[in-house]
Design a protein around this ligand. Structure first.
Ligand code: UFG
Length: 339
């Protein structure tokens, strides 16, 4: 049974490929390396002790994708390939729609024509916007996100729901909260391009001396310490949720399945709490300054992930400090490669 993993050399993709291989699935990766590097493939093999098939193809090229489907018996897809920088999406909207939706449609055309089911989509808690009630469960009303990136996630969900209904297929929409951490081996993790936008890579690079100071975007939010609150979910736990979601689709006797799950820890942490936890976990200092709020940021978001626990028998198992230790190990691995 081969599972197509698009973006399988990326951050969440690479961790999920390892979990799929550990669970006995054959994996076919398509990744154009626009946000990863080839050594990740070698490291996946080292960590999992098995070799996935790899194609360095651009999913916009339908004829290349057709070759992949011709060459392998694909039984499902986990689709990670997407552009994900919120700020960049505002200035390059057409590129984001093309990269995130045109590629999705290309894969779904192959699924449609070949009668394949079982599609897992990387969505985001951004589809809820600033929810009125915490924690956020799957019945929380959706708000069309402000960012183009967020819109591609919400539109992707709609496309998949229509696909499942019209062709009687099985899909799972996974709404991630804030993925963090690296593989415990220290050989897989996030490779931020240029100056990181996200909190954890910026904290890590500041602790490593690559950045001078972390800017904390706002301490005047209506939260306990004034900094914004998010639900930071460990990437290996998140990867395992994909395997559970896939098995759930594969084992379902229903012809049409539309699963939607929030994937988070259920616990909110403020930016200052994250900085302190990083310092304690790794015994390092993270110099920071308080700055004005970042445009588009919400105050607070954390998940109610009970549905995933009940239906997928999955829950987050790793503490914030433990996952922040893995990030530091990964940073040291990257530093050793740079020498
Ligand atoms: N933050 C800082 N300084 C930084 C970076 C971030 O203070 O240098 C703060 C942000 O203001 C925010 C928190 O840290 O309060 C988390 O910020 P991230 O950029 O790490 O994550 P976001 O919650 O803003 O965004 C994440 C994903 C997006 C997704 C969004 C959904 O990165 O892809 O969640 O809410 F759209």
């Amino acid at each position: 049974m081969a599972i197509l993993v698009t973006g399988g050399l990326g951050y969440i993709g690479s961790h999920t490929v390892v979990e799929l291989l550990n669970n006995g699935f054959d994996v076919v990766i398509v990744d154009d390396l626009s946000n990863s590097e080839k050594f990740i493939l070698k490291n996946i093999e080292e960590v999992a002790g098995k070799k996935p098939v790899f194609y360095p193809f651009d999913l916009k090229r339908r004829e290349l994708l057709t070759q992949v489907f011709d060459a392998h018996q694909i039984d499902g897809c986990i689709n990670f390939a997407a552009s994900k920088a919120v700020g960049e999406s505002q200035v390059k909207p057409i590129d984001y729609y093309e990269n995130n939706l045109f590629t999705l449609i290309n894969i779904l055309q192959e699924f449609k024509e070949r009668g394949i089911s079982n599609f897992i989509f990387s969505s985001s808690c951004t589809v809820y916007g600033q929810a009125e009630k915490m924690p956020i469960d799957e019945n929380t009303p959706l708000k069309m996100p402000e960012s183009v990136y967020g819109k591609t996630k919400q539109m992707g969900e709609e496309i998949l729901i229509d696909f499942a209904k019209a062709y009687n297929r099985k899909i799972s929409l996974l709404r991630y909260f804030n993925p963090i951490g690296a593989h415990p081996s220290g050989k897989l993790g996030e490779l931020p391009l240029g100056i990181p936008n996200n909190l954890i890579p910026y904290v890590t690079q500041t602790a490593a001396g690559i950045r001078e100071k972390l800017s904390i975007w706002g301490d005047d939010y209506d939260t306990e310490d004034g900094t914004a609150v998010r639900d930071y979910i460990y990437v290996v736990d998140l990867a395992k949720a994909h395997v559970s979601a896939l098995k759930n689709l594969l084992h379902s006797n229903e012809e049409t399945v539309i699963d939607i799950f929030n994937l988070g820890t259920g616990k909110g942490s403020s930016v200052l709490e994250v900085v302190k936890a990083f310092e304690t976990a790794n015994d390092v200092k993270v110099p920071y300054q308080i700055c004005a709020r970042r445009e588009g940021d919400i105050t607070i978001a954390y998940a109610n992930a009970d549905k995933a626990e009940k239906e997928l028998h999955w829950k987050s198992e790793t503490s914030l400090e433990e996952s922040l230790r893995t990030v530091w190990k990964w940073q040291q691995y990257l530093d050793s490669r740079a020498v």
